[in-house]
Design a protein around this ligand. Structure first.
Ligand code: GLP
Length: 241
């Protein structure tokens, strides 16, 4: 695991954006795994700015997002489909037909999960998987105790994750209880991983991921097994290392 500690949030975001931009410049039809969450917003902003400046094109990029809330249709303002359109897809030249997110409103979510895995395989696998980290060490929506061998499936969200996501919904009750998420093994199968974490609230989870035992209690620690995992941190997120 390569750990890069940058002086502040924007420096960390810039470094992560360099890695994404280099990937699509080297291989314009690269398959990117994309993530959501507050941490990713400045990264998408930076990539959109670089695109507007003519520095990077996503015209041939294929993308697969990590996860989506169960019960939310793509048009729901709090869905990850909406997040991705607003934060990134509508701001760059990516072809919408090449973007993929799991469907949260599929009539048969288990079948949708299997189909999603098959679609990733048909695309030739993921070249670079972007990741954030939850305060409890989750990646995607793989909460603590998620099987390290898991593939895309339905997961129950912990109360702490629902509390963290509550700010996007009208009430805690309306905050989704389930999500469809790539599994830990789906993430590990990508050819490279790039985890971005910023801010002091992530410091404990980051320390458990990087220095703690490899354990399903901290799903992000599974990245210790990955041959090409890069962790980009600002000084605050690195504070407990
Ligand atoms: C959600 C997402 C994760 C993300 C995490 C952290 O649970 N499913 O992919 O990494 O939140 O989000 P934030 O960056 O807002 O702290």
């Amino acid at each position: 695991m390569k750990v890069l500690i940058l002086p502040d949030e924007q420096a960390a975001v810039d470094r992560a954006a360099d890695i994404v931009a280099r990937t699509v410049r080297d291989a314009p039809d690269a398959v990117l795994g994309l993530a959501t969450g507050g941490t990713m917003l400045p990264l998408y902003e930076t990539l959109a700015q670089r695109h507007a400046a003519g520095d990077v094109s996503f015209a041939r990029t294929v993308s697969f997002n990590l996860d989506e809330y169960i019960g939310l249709p793509p048009e729901h303002p709090c869905s990850y489909h909406s997040y991705m359109r607003e934060a990134f897809f509508d701001r760059v030249d990516i072809d919408p037909s090449r973007t993929h997110l799991p469907r949260g409103d599929a009539p048969d979510p288990q079948a949708a999960a299997r189909d999603y895995e098959a679609a990733i395989e048909r695309a030739g696998g993921i070249d670079l998987q972007l990741l954030g980290i939850g305060r409890n060490g989750h990646i995607g929506f793989n909460e603590p105790t998620a099987s390290l061998g898991s593939r895309t499936r339905i997961k129950t969200l912990t109360d702490s994750t629902r509390q963290a996501n509550r700010r996007y919904f009208d009430s805690f009750d309306e905050t989704p209880r389930y999500a469809i998420t790539m599994g830990v093994a789906t993430i590990l199968a990508s050819r490279a991983c790039l985890l971005l974490a910023t801010g002091a609230a992530k410091a404990d989870a980051v320390a458990r991921m990087v220095e703690g035992p490899l354990s399903a209690a901290c799903p992000a620690s599974a990245l210790q097994l990955h041959a090409k995992a890069t962790v980009v941190l600002d000084r605050e997120a690195a504070g407990a290392l």
